[in-house]
Design a protein around this ligand. Structure first.
Ligand code: ADP
Ligand code: MG
Length: 340
């Protein structure tokens, strides 16, 4: 083929760097919801309200009653690689917050029309910063933060084309809230779409939250899991074999409070069912794995959905054992038959 004339190497402008990076973090409205709810939880919110228009494509508003952001730091919140959550590599080793990369708000703001309004306990009133114009104005709200994201991907039509119908995008946004909600039953969540309340989850026990999110169909057909193995604890609920589904939609797994999708963990769980679940039947579960932070690396994937364990065999075995013992107990108790 023809040799292309070589072009000069140039550093990309910041805006373009952010837009490219945004591709990794912001796939659809649900990704924005995930990041904004992460931030609200990190800010210690006890009530989080998500208001959506047009499946979240037209508008996403996330309001919290967390600690707020001082007005002097508002512009930093939108800056790439600016974070209040870590200071050093050591901090990263033991990070307890959902966020730490300082990328989400910058990425979101680079592919939407975003604004952030916030008020701390020390402020007499709130301030609102418009990301695009940089304009800072007084605003009215109680202590906490509201982030408003409008016209997602308006400047990146290629990306916008990948979006599905409003109903589908809304469903993904709701799923994103439910994932958070299962991990944080102590926090209240409400979701509005086009001015209508579509989901309301009041703070309460984990049992109550699982029932609110997945229904009695899950809580009635699942057994409690709780096993401490060495440095790990695995707890939650796992479905009886009869409750298995054709889809893997009722499979929620968390590592230190962070929702993850991990082949190793799902394989460990699946293997506990190997004698009782056949074909493509999918087990149901909500499982929380607590592990010393230095035994897991959460900085593997931009969205942190994947993690890396120092000792993956240990995790696989712990998960398998925890689920097996929950199922064995229920088999013994349920039918009087000896556990297999
Ligand atoms: P990260 O969460 O990785 O730090 P973000 O871009 O999501 O990066 O947020 C940047 C910073 O803005 C956070 O470190 C935090 O200090 C502040 N911030 C963002 N959202 C909120 C919020 N809802 N409440 C309080 N502070 C927030
Ligand atoms: Mg964040």
């Amino acid at each position: 083929g023809e040799v292309r004339a070589r072009r000069q190497i140039q550093a990309l402008p910041d805006e373009l760097v952010s837009q490219i990076a945004a591709g990794e973090v912001v796939e659809r409205p649900a990704s924005v919801v995930r990041e904004l709810v992460d931030n609200a939880l990190d800010a210690g919110a006890s009530q989080i309200t998500v208001k959506l228009m047009g499946g979240g494509v037209r508008q996403i508003l996330v309001e919290d009653d967390g600690c707020g952001i001082p007005v002097s730091e508002l512009p930093l919140a939108l800056l790439r690689h600016a974070t209040s959550k870590i200071r050093s590599l050591d901090d990263l080793e033991s990070v307890a917050t959902m966020g730490f990369r300082g990328e989400a708000l910058a990425a979101i703001a680079s592919v939407s029309e975003a604004a952030i309004a916030s008020r701390t306990a020390e402020d007499a009133h709130a301030h609102r910063l418009d990301a695009r114009s940089g304009e800072l104005t007084p605003a009215a709200r109680s202590i906490g933060t509201s982030v408003e994201v409008r016209e997602l991907f308006f400047s990146t039509p290629a990306r916008r084309k990948f979006l599905k119908t409003d109903a589908t995008e809304l469903a993904h946004c709701l799923e994103s809230v439910r994932r958070h909600a299962l991990a944080r039953p102590d926090v209240g969540f409400s979701v509005w779409h086009e001015g209508k309340l579509v989901e309301q989850l009041r703070p309460g026990s984990l049992q109550q939250r699982m029932q609110d999110v997945l229904g009695e169909a899950f809580t009635d057909t699942s057994r409690e899991v709780d096993l401490q193995i060495g440095p790990m604890r695995v707890h939650g609920r796992t479905g009886l074999p009869d409750a298995a589904r054709s889809r893997s939609d009722w499979q929620y797994c968390y590592v230190n409070g962070r929702h993850v999708r991990d082949k190793l963990i799902s394989h460990g769980i699946r293997s506990a069912y190997e004698d009782v679940l056949h074909g493509s039947r999918q087990p149901t579960y909500v499982l929380f794995i607590e592990i010393a932070p230095e035994r897991v690396d959460v900085n593997v994937h931009p969205t942190k959905i994947e993690v890396r364990f120092r000792d993956s065999r240990e995790v696989h075995q712990a998960v398998r054992k925890a689920v097996e013992s929950a199922l064995a107990l229920s088999r013994a108790a349920g039918t009087g038959a000896a556990a297999g």
